[in-house]
Design a protein around this ligand. Structure first.
Ligand SMILES: CC(=O)SCCNC(=O)CCNC(=O)[C@H](O)C(C)(C)COP(=O)(O)OP(=O)(O)OC[C@H]1O[C@@H](n2cnc3c(N)ncnc32)[C@H](O)[C@@H]1OP(=O)(O)O
Length: 134
């Protein structure tokens, strides 16, 4: 699993227990999944369809640095299924796992559209293929 994004837990991110608010964490995960899918599928019109088992394993507290990891479970026809783990950057303690996040690729009409992708691609390889590596 590749951990792309780091977040600092700030006072405005806390719940009434003084730990990281779960809704805030889910918003960060949703944005990360959307970003990942937009880059992989090369389409800005992508929506979250479904999230399965969300397991809050440990609490994060103010001042913690956390990181969000995403990996591909499956390329579908119009969908991309992702898996997510959020962990403490410093000690790698797992904070939450989400087993399946289904992102759906939309066409111009807003309906599911085939994305034509079957495997993970890296932007640097796409650029290299275009002769645009710096
Ligand atoms: C980033 C964000 O926060 S976006 C905001 C939140 N999300 C939204 O507002 C989305 C609202 N939902 C919708 O607009 C619609 O449900 C859509 C466009 C996503 C999907 O429409 P549907 O008619 O359900 O699409 P359809 O049945 O063709 O399924 C599309 C794909 O999703 C998959 N899918 C749909 N429902 C599920 C489900 N419950 N579990 C797993 N996969 C599912 C299908 O298998 C299909 O994948 P495939 O083509 O790779 O085989």
């Amino acid at each position: 699993m590749r951990f792309h994004t780091r977040k600092l837990v700030k006072p405005g991110d806390l719940n009434s227990n003084g730990t990281l608010f779960g809704g805030r964490l889910l918003a960060w995960i949703d944005e990360e999944a959307a970003l990942y899918a937009i880059v992989q599928l090369e389409n800005g019109k992508i929506v979250t369809k479904y999230m399965s088992e969300i397991n809050f394993m440990s609490a994060a507290k103010q001042g913690d640095v956390i990181e969000i990891g995403i990996e591909v479970v499956k390329f579908g026809k119009t969908s991309l299924t992702l898996n997510c783990e959020v962990r403490n950057k410093m000690n790698h303690e797992t904070i939450v796992t989400v087993d399946n996040i289904i992102m759906v690729n939309l066409g111009e009409n807003g309906k599911p559209a085939p994305h034509g992708k079957t495997k993970i691609e890296f932007v640097k390889d796409r650029l290299a293929a275009l002769g645009e590596v710096d």
